[in-house]
Design a protein around this ligand. Structure first.
Ligand SMILES: CC(C)(COP(=O)(O)OP(=O)(O)OC[C@H]1O[C@@H](n2cnc3c(N)ncnc32)[C@H](O)[C@@H]1OP(=O)(O)O)[C@@H](O)C(=O)NCCC(=O)NCCS
Length: 70
């Protein structure tokens, strides 16, 4: 979560990329995330970074996944 006063300034994208690099170092083969259907900003951000939609969860959340090529 990025403080609302600082959203739209690139921090979310940078933070997400740093987290993904750390997860890659741990040897992960895939990373999953999810968001509420109405949270279009998060969905677009995840897609831009490389996540794809793979499922709709029982509670309505949208599940996304990124495969890691180590
Ligand atoms: C989702 C979130 C982490 C993105 O962080 P951020 O620092 O605003 O992201 P960025 O500045 O890197 O912007 C990422 C994209 O979102 C867009 N964006 C950010 N805030 C926006 C807004 N209020 N309205 C429209 N687009 C917006 C940016 O334009 C950018 O798109 P672009 O690459 O096409 O230019 C932030 O909005 C947030 O903390 N939201 C509340 C918590 C939340 O929803 N977390 C995710 C739960 S799944």
């Amino acid at each position: 979560m990025i403080d609302k006063h600082f959203q739209g300034q690139g921090y979310g994208t940078k933070a997400l990329k740093l987290v993904i690099e750390e997860i890659k170092k741990l040897g992960a083969k895939r990373i999953q995330t999810m968001h509420k259907p109405k949270n279009k900003i998060a969905g677009k951000l995840y897609q831009t970074i490389g996540f794809s939609y793979i499922d709709n969860l029982d509670d309505g959340d949208l599940l996304m996944e990124m495969k890691i090529n180590n």
